[in-house]
Structures are given as structure tokens and as C-alpha cells.
Write a protein that binds this ligand. Sequence first.
Ligand code: DGL
Length: 265
Amino acid sequence: MRTPAPIGVFDSGVGGLTVLRAIHARLPQEGTVYVGDSARMPYGAKGADTVIRYALAAGQFLAGQGAKVLVVACSTASSVALPALRDALKIPVLGVIDAGVTRALAVSRGGTICIAATEGTTRSGAYVRALEHQRPGVKVVARACPLFAPLVEEGSVEGHLADVVVKHHLGGLEAAGVDTLVLGCTHYPLLTQTLRSVLGGGIQIVDGAEGVADELVSILDSRGLRAATDAPRRSYFSTDAPEKFQVMGSRFLGAAVPQVDLVEL
Ligand code: DGL
């Protein structure tokens, strides 16, 4: 019997597994194939042309694995590489930015919305453009948080160091009238507890992962691409240190990552 085509998902590392987790919860009968480009992480510190080149390599690899749709589970790649990916691949391509923006506009009580993201995503202006497109005149402030993703990737998500780094990048938000913080990088949901305790209860924290899973359902349904498999295949690839990916990955996925294969893109 032919194995149904999987959903392809990629990130610069393990961060995108926070999105994959939402996809598994929403679409438990779909097969998935994930690639984390850990060898070249962080994407957030690279220039746009480099990120586009890396994203094309990851997208082409996943299309070669038979993916029927591509989820770019990396805000940095979503902010600059979607047009190039859509030109190069014959499958639908979905990014993570719109889902975060839609959710932020739904929960904000009219205060300023803060986008916390990598340097590359912040420089691209993609979140600010998407917010202004959906709600012209919205008050928005963008904060680059270059130390967050490496901190998360090393597992330092709580404790003194995490507190200091969060204060360093996001101090003074409440005083600036911010009522909603968008986690504009798929690594950041692991910092949620620290963000809550440092920022206080007055700021709502928004993660777009569930919205991405909802958008994915609409794409699959509208194109007749839904699969119903009893034992869907879930594969994981990393461009560096599969054992490290496996350990860190379980934390992001909220479940054991059974096996990780090394791949060169
Ligand atoms: N997970 C990536 C993102 O969502 C950030 C990590 C990186 O800088 O590579 O932007």
C-alpha cells in the first residue's frame, strides 16, 4: 500500500518542534517529516540572502521526501524566504507570521503590541507590516532579542541567567503601554514561564503555533490533501549532532523524539 505523503516542517534547529507539536495535536493522523538545520543555526543573526539560500535547501530536501505541503516553522525564514520558496516548490508553503499576528490582534485590549523576534526578523519588518495590514494604525513596537534563541537551544530557559537576559531585551514594556507580547520566533515558547514572571501579569503572551495548525488544516481541506493513517510515519532529520537534537527536541516537542537522522542540505 502507498504511504500517504507527509507534511514537511523545518526550522533552523529545534524551535520549530513547538509548531510540530501543535500540528501533531491537531492532525494526529497525518505523517510528518521535520528537518532542523542545527549546523547553521542561528538564522536570526544572518543576512536575508543567506537565510533564503538555507530555506531553499531545507524546502527542497523536504519536497524530495515527498512532502505534500511545507510549513516554515521558523519566523526568520518566514519573514524573508516565503516568495522564493513558493517560486521554487510545487507544493503549498505556509509561514508562521500571520498566525501570530491574528492571535495578537484577537487578544490585545487596544494597547501597544510588542513583537519579540530575532535580529533578522526584526530587520525584515515582516510582523509590523502584517499587523498594519490586518489593522491599520495599530500601535506596535519591535524588539530584537538575539540572545533568546541560543539561550533556549542550550536549555537555559529558567533561573538567574534567563531572568537577566529577558530583562535585558524586554525591560520596560509595561511602562511603554504594551499589553500583548508576540513570540516572534519559534524558540521563544520555551521561555514563557520566565517571560511571565519577569514581565508581570499585565502583558498577554501570544504564540502563533496553534494558529499555524489551524491554517494548515484549511490548506489541506481546501486542496483535498487530508490523510487518515492509523500509524502515521514521523521522521526527524538534523544537519548536526542528532543525539543533542534528540535530547533537546523532546523538550520542545513535549514527547520523546524516537530517532534523528543526520542529513547534509
Ligand atoms: N526558530 C528561529 C525563528 O523562529 C530562530 C532561531 C534562529 O535564529 O535560528 O526565527
